[in-house]
Design a protein around this ligand. Structure first.
Ligand code: PLP
Length: 396
């Protein structure tokens, strides 16, 4: 017999989500998440993945996964601190350390887990965290878990950050103060103003924390936003994911040796959750080699992003203030945005509508994620479909 309280809670809340149009029906992909995907037996040009460099389906990564599974088995068998640390975990951390140019790196099961792990390992209720209002959900959850006072600042508003840092420092209320930002903001594709953030951090003695999930493999010759600005030795925490440009799954924290030693001793997902499986670790190692040795992959990603942005702008669409290949196409009103995405779908383009509350009211957009794997022909087709839908809805 199930609990009446639970039943009532679920019935009411699911009904509310559905009535507000916020209940997401999840599409199932038949086969690989590649530039062309199949859903319900129909093919689509895929503009919704985070597979920036197309590495998720790269034969070299697949081969590395197969070999690792054969050599090490399907699972790591334990948490890292008991006996789940395999030599390939250490190789991956060494590889990432060289890539990020930091003293040390610790790998976790996901980027989400990194934020669950790292923030609360260092910050507690006697501390404060300055957090960009558009930071990723996992950062927000990680901050909450730490019980530190959360002080949100306006998105990339350096005057606001500076004023709030000053006030927090002068209040004398907090022991440690941290500033946390995404490296690249995933909804608009804009880059955090790291040089200014570092300057403010120096002025008010702030711990610096950059989650570069969307910057790694995209900016700074692949090493990310911090490297892009030449600030590798000035950021305390650099978070990365192995799930986006790297094409597999997992996450990591890069920083000073003492910081990483502390995270290995104290962070909960490291201590209490099983290590990444071999078939994720080895392809991630292969991916980093490929990114380092093949700058043309990143060139193609940026080229494709630029083709899409230029094409959409010339058609009369607003692509916002993106500084990266992430290409929003801002439609505006929520229902219109949903309809736009549906019409793209009907014409064979898979690009998701992002609306309030994920982005501010009236700024609904289609979020296009081109990758290095898209061909010119695919992008031309996408632009033709955008033109047709835009005209159909009288937007251009
Ligand atoms: C995607 C993302 C994550 C989560 O990474 P996963 O490896 O998919 O868990 C964390 N932080 C930011 C900023 C992200 O964009």
């Amino acid at each position: 017999m199930s609990s009446k309280q639970l039943e009532q809670f679920l019935t009411e809340n699911l009904a509310e989500l559905k009535s507000k149009g916020l209940y997401n029906v999840i599409d199932t992909i038949q086969g690989a998440n590649a530039p062309i995907i199949t859903i319900s037996g129909k093919e689509f040009i895929n503009l919704s993945s985070n597979n920036y460099l197309g590495l998720a389906t790269d034969p070299r990564l697949i081969e590395a996964a197969v070999q690792a599974a054969k050599t090490y088995g399907a699972g790591a068998g334990a948490v890292r601190t008991i006996n789940g640390t395999l030599d390939i975990h250490i190789q991956l951390e060494e590889k990432l350390k060289a890539f990020k140019q930091t003293e040390a790196v610790v790998v976790y099961q996901s980027g989400f887990n990194c934020n669950m792990a790292a923030i609360s390992a260092v910050m507690d209720q006697s501390d404060a965290i300055l957090s960009d209002e558009l930071n990723h959900a996992s950062i927000i959850e990680g901050c909450r878990l730490s019980k530190a006072k959360i002080l949100r600042y306006y998105h990339s508003d350096m005057d606001d950050l500076s004023a709030k840092a000053k006030a927090a420092r002068e209040s004398g209320l907090y022991k440690k103060i941290m500033v946390i930002t995404d490296g690249v903001f995933s909804m608009d594709g804009d880059i955090a103003k790291l040089p200014e953030i570092i300057e403010i951090a120096a002025r008010y003695d702030l711990i610096t924390y950059v989650d570069d999930a969307h910057g790694s493999g995209v900016l700074g010759k692949g090493a990310g936003t911090v490297k892009h600005f030449g600030l590798s030795d000035q950021v305390d925490f650099q978070i990365g994911t192995l799930s986006k440009a790297i094409g597999v799954v997992g996450g990591y924290v890069a920083g000073k040796r003492d910081l990483i030693d502390w995270l290995k001793a104290r962070s909960k997902p490291f201590l209490f959750s099983t290590a990444l499986p071999p078939a994720a670790v080895s392809p991630a190692i292969a991916a980093i080699d490929i990114i380092r040795d093949t700058p043309s992959l990143m060139d193609r990603l940026w080229e494709n992003g630029n083709v899409l942005k230029k094409g959409l702008t010339e058609l009369g669409f607003d692509t916002g203030k993106s500084e990266t290949p992430i290409t929003p196409c801002i439609i505006g009103e929520e229902k219109q945005t949903q309809l736009f995405s549906k019409l793209l779908y009907e014409k064979g383009v898979y690009a998701k509508a992002i609306v309030f509350p994920t982005v501010p009211k009236g700024t609904g957009r289609i979020r296009n994620m081109p990758t290095a794997g898209h061909t010119k022909e695919m992008l031309e087709e996408v632009l033709a479909v955008y033109e047709a839908v835009g005209k159909e809805l009288g937007l251009i």
